[in-house]
Ligand binder design. Structure first.
Ligand code: CTP
Length: 484
């Protein structure tokens, strides 16, 4: 980190011409209004971290943030629409794809989602006091006398250098202003590979139950960011250790621990699930595939049984688990659309490729897998591979070899039979027309019979063979073809 003491950050760090010009315009407008102004929050933090992907910039001024926003927008162009939130004393608008947000410094809590109206104007220090973490409480001056100087009352710069997350005030106060900040602390720790300072972490432990007053949407936003981090397990361990997990995701708590009977235990499914999640995160940034990893064994506690001969078993956990997905998605306000269906499908099928490696891999088993997974076969294979977490090197080798063999067979069979995007070679329409029947049970039976015959390799996936089979099955059902 290059910044020490009172230096001009604009000379020390890389800012685009666009950014520099924008800040000069804002500084000018603020000066006209006689409002001391500052750039604050995540944008400053990310600049110091050399993370350059921020699409929003927050400004605070000692005065009316709304007035400043309106004046800046006017200066920047004619057709800029400014959204004003009078109750919160904030205004924002988009400019060149960047969200610019303006607020007047206030004395009370910095909490956009609170319904409490802003009551008292404050100083820059008041504003910084009420922010979540020292690294997010840095301000860059836009004032003439110290333009570009970083104002850092809580040693946020040194916390960034030392990779520490710490609240500016007593953590219990900071967290009670907005309990979502407990999730944010863990999310930042996971995303940035930072450590949460002890007192701050104890504050989370103490305040954990207060997370219940936060809307599920906001919690889920943070959870998704944790899941999308490089090593998401870190976030889940912290959520567990802090006591937050049991409020936001109790099904995962049920995965924790090992039960013993007759001296035999099963694996700790919490630990295993997080290993699978980390594994898959090496190979995909797809949020929903990562969610499938989180949920793949979610029904193990519900299906767990001990058998004297074979030991612990979790029969049907993939079926029960896939049925649990909807309830969890609903509660967490995750989308109940094709993405959820995808997760359900992954959970339901997650054992299939591996079970193929154990038995004799027949073409028909492969065809059925291709049919059931359809276009998601690659995702399923990734999940399945990530699920190999045994520490026994011989077993790893055996599973991996078998796994590659299944992969090859999938390729061969697909090339030959084209099952993945299966379209019945004989349509329902044609069946109805041929036998002059209305839609009904018999049409369904014929279609199914043809599909099963293709999957079992009894007939090829081709029109002529399917047509002949249709005639045969129709005859069995007492139908006669109508010739024109
Ligand atoms: N902030 C806060 N408490 C919150 C949310 C935000 O104090 N619960 C303050 C912090 O100073 C934060 C700033 O508002 O830096 C901007 O918040 P936001 O845009 O939500 O997050 P960022 O910190 O910018 O980070 P990210 O974009 O990664 O969420």
């Amino acid at each position: 980190m290059k910044v020490k003491g009172a230096v001009n950050i604009f000379n020390e760090y890389v800012f685009s011409d666009f950014e520099k010009q924008l800040f000069v315009i804002i500084a000018d407008e603020a000066k006209k209004l006689n409002y001391p102004s500052y750039i604050v929050g995540g944008y400053v933090r990310d600049k110091l971290l050399l993370r350059d992907n921020k699409k929003d910039i927050d400004f605070v001024c000692i005065g009316s943030g709304i007035e400043l926003a309106l004046n800046v927008a006017k200066k920047l162009g004619k057709n800029i629409h400014v959204s004003v939130f009078k109750n919160f004393g904030t205004a924002h608008f988009k400019y060149n794809g960047i969200d610019l947000e303006f607020v007047g410094a206030r004395k009370e809590s910095y909490n956009r989602d609170s319904r409490k109206p802003v009551v008292e104007n404050g100083t820059l220090e008041d504003d910084q006091n009420r922010r979540d973490f020292t690294m997010n409480a840095l301000a860059i001056s836009l004032n003439e006398n110290n333009y570009g100087e970083i104002i850092d009352p809580f040693h946020g710069i040194s916390d960034i250098e030392n990779k520490i997350i710490r609240t500016p005030l007593d953590p219990v106060i900071t967290f009670s202003d907005d309990p979502l900040r407990m999730m944010r602390a863990i999310r930042f720790a996971t995303e940035l590979h930072f450590i949460i300072e002890e007192k701050t972490f104890n504050g989370i432990k103490e305040s954990a139950e207060r997370i219940n007053i936060i809307s599920p949407e906001r919690i889920t936003d943070e959870l998704n960011k944790i899941i999308l981090s490089d090593i998401p397990s870190k976030g889940f361990y912290l959520l567990h250790e802090s006591g937050l997990l049991k409020y936001i995701f109790p099904e995962m708590i049920d995965l924790v621990g090992v039960e013993m009977q007759d001296g035999r235990g099963h694996k700790d499914n919490f630990y295993h699930t997080l290993e699978v999640l980390d594994n898959i995160s090496l190979n995909t940034n797809d949020l929903w595939l990562r969610w499938a990893a989180v949920l793949h064994d979610i029904a193990k506690p519900a299906t767990k049984r001990y058998f004297e001969k074979q030991g612990w078993a979790f029969h049907g956990h993939e079926v029960v688990g896939s049925r649990m997905v909807k309830g969890i998605f609903k509660r967490m306000r995750l989308p109940l659309d094709a993405k959820m269906k995808f997760v359900e499908k992954m959970v339901l099928l997650h054992l299939r490729p591996i079970s193929l490696t154990k038995e004799n891999v027949t073409d028909s088993a492969i065809r059925r897998l291709l049919f059931d997974a359809g276009e998601d076969i690659e995702s399923l294979m990734l999940l399945c591979k990530a699920d190999i977490t045994t520490k026994n090197r011989l077993k790893v080798k055996r599973y991996s070899d078998n796994f590659e063999m299944v992969r090859q067979k999938l390729k061969d069979v697909e090339e030959h039979d084209k099952i993945q995007n299966f379209q019945p070679p004989v349509s329902g329409e044609l069946i109805m027309k041929t036998f002059n029947v209305n839609p009904g049970r018999k049409v369904g039976l014929i279609k199914d019979h043809i599909k099963e015959a293709i999957l079992d390799g009894i007939i090829p996936n081709e029109y002529e063979a399917a047509y002949q089979l249709m005639l045969k099955k129709g005859a069995e059902l007492g139908l006669t073809p109508q010739h024109k």
